[in-house]
Design a protein around this ligand. Structure first.
Ligand code: ZN
Ligand code: ZN
Length: 114
């Protein structure tokens, strides 16, 4: 995965030995979710919440639009009503679902409906 700039790269790949999860670490401010292609600012409230961002806070580059809705819509098309609680194809746990050709037709179809 190539990020827009070094600062982004450093922050997303921040490896802190003190905190197991980046959400717990005050030094990590940005997280990237490959399955949604989504960048967000981590809210350090003890959970896994974040606020989606559309521009890199360091270099100002426009970031990809989150594919969170598309993720849900494609899975719904495949018959998964509650994808968070169901066993979904493993491609949907990272960015493979929209990078591979496998679901390209479905993605096109679903996008068309949006
Ligand atoms: Zn950047
Ligand atoms: Zn830390």
């Amino acid at each position: 995965m190539k990020y827009c700039c070094q600062d982004m790269d450093r922050n997303i790949n921040c490896k802190c030995l003190e905190h197991e999860f980046e959400c717990d670490c005050p030094d990590c401010i940005i997280m990237y979710l490959p399955k949604f292609d989504e960048y967000s600012i981590i809210i350090h409230d003890g959970g896994f919440s974040g606020v989606e961002i559309q521009y890199c806070p360091w270099c100002g580059k426009k970031l990809p639009l989150s594919k969170r809705d598309l993720w849900f819509d494609v899975l719904e098309h495949l018959g998964f009503e509650e994808p968070m609680d169901e066993e979904i194809p493993e491609e949907f746990n990272d960015d493979s679902w929209y990078l591979s050709d496998k679901y390209r037709e479905i993605i096109k179809l679903v996008k068309h409906k949006l």
